[in-house]
Write a protein that binds this ligand. Sequence first.
Ligand code: ARG
Ligand code: ZN
Length: 450
Amino acid sequence: MAVAALLAAAAAPAAAGTGGAPGVNDPYFPLAGNGGYDVQHYDLTLGYDPGTRHLDGRAVITARTTQRLNRFNLDLNGLTVTGITVDRAAASFHREGQELVVTPRNALAKGREFRATVTYAGIPQPVTDPDGSLDGWIPTDDGAFVAGEPQGAMTWFPANNHPLDKASYDFTVTVPQGRSAVANGVLLGQTTTGGRTTFRWRQSEPMAAYLATATVGTFKVEQYTTPGGLRIYNAVDPREAAAAAPVLRKLPSVLEWESGLFGPYPFRGAGAVVDHAPKVGYALETQSRPLYDRAPDLGTLVHESAHQWFGDSVSLTTWKDIWLNEGFATYAEWLYDEQHGGPSAQKTFDELYAEPADSEVWAFPPGDPGSGEHLFEAPVYSRGAMALHQLRRAVGDRTFFRILRAWATDHRDGHGTTAQFVHLAERQSGKDLGGLFHTWVGTAGKPSRP
Ligand code: ARG
Ligand code: ZN
């Protein structure tokens, strides 16, 4: 917080008050996102050559100012910007690390819609996250694995790169004939000319930048509509196809089961991208179409699918609240097991609870990982799920499932905070749950036996 404020002050001593802040005060990622405007839509036109790893891009960003702006920032890491216009007039710009600082010819009044067009090119470089994993446009042997949690969106398009600012997206991605480019939402069309194929995708529901993808590879594609009306588009690396097939066959029934628990599936398109990218080491709940670095097991498919409700449709306002994503998606796995002949959630809880007091699962509170380094660790996933299980025991099954559904419904296409979740649970149950959440979400160390 202090860092962002300091940078803002340092960057604009003279033009005080009219420059947009370089971050949105996220304590873990002070430069993520930007102040002063709210993006409505990204229209991304990309060309990628897997041979040279060269990316050409044009981003047309439609946004509305939330303050008077004589200058604003976008997040972009690496690449070369060749030009920017704001409402068709050439704008001046410079780079400061991940900040792309744009000065429009004329200042923008507060509350005004504007359109910024950024043309750029280069060889994208993924970022290394505080936890040591790669994130962003990650080259593979036949294309690129494109995942952005928490920071990597800025490695392939200029963005207001924080989940606070959600927007709709159009993608037009051109790749060599024979490769596919798979983005979010629904495929509007594909055309091949001169040895290159262009894929047009549209994500019409609001999406956080980290959930955008434009994964490129040599994929086997299957498309079908489920009996429930979901449009599935699966893209599978042939090397993973045999292992992925039995799991992907269950996708419609998993989404249907989750819809029964959490409310209607929130997006227009669905499916999966199963890449062969072993060095990535994780899957991501890219909106409408999760991205797997290898053939997933069923638990992972259930997890990434549950994120469509918890994390994608209902977004974080701060990375500190990551348990609202990972704890919920993990608890969905426990519930799936319980309802499909596996161990009960209570049994899964008991096994975890048996971990000794110095085990990593108790290392920090799920609600306060402390820094970006610990976002994706056991206290967030397992203990986050344990917290939900304790909530379930305290309020009973009927109320618990009503709470989950109300959370997904009331905050659909929007955001939610831990405080709002606690408030909702208390309202739905009529119980004071402050102590429970304090113990299971807010306090480090192994809680005493519940
Ligand atoms: N959200 C992903 C999941 O479903 C994990 C992403 C991990 N990303 C990272 N940069 N380590 O669990
Ligand atoms: Zn997850």
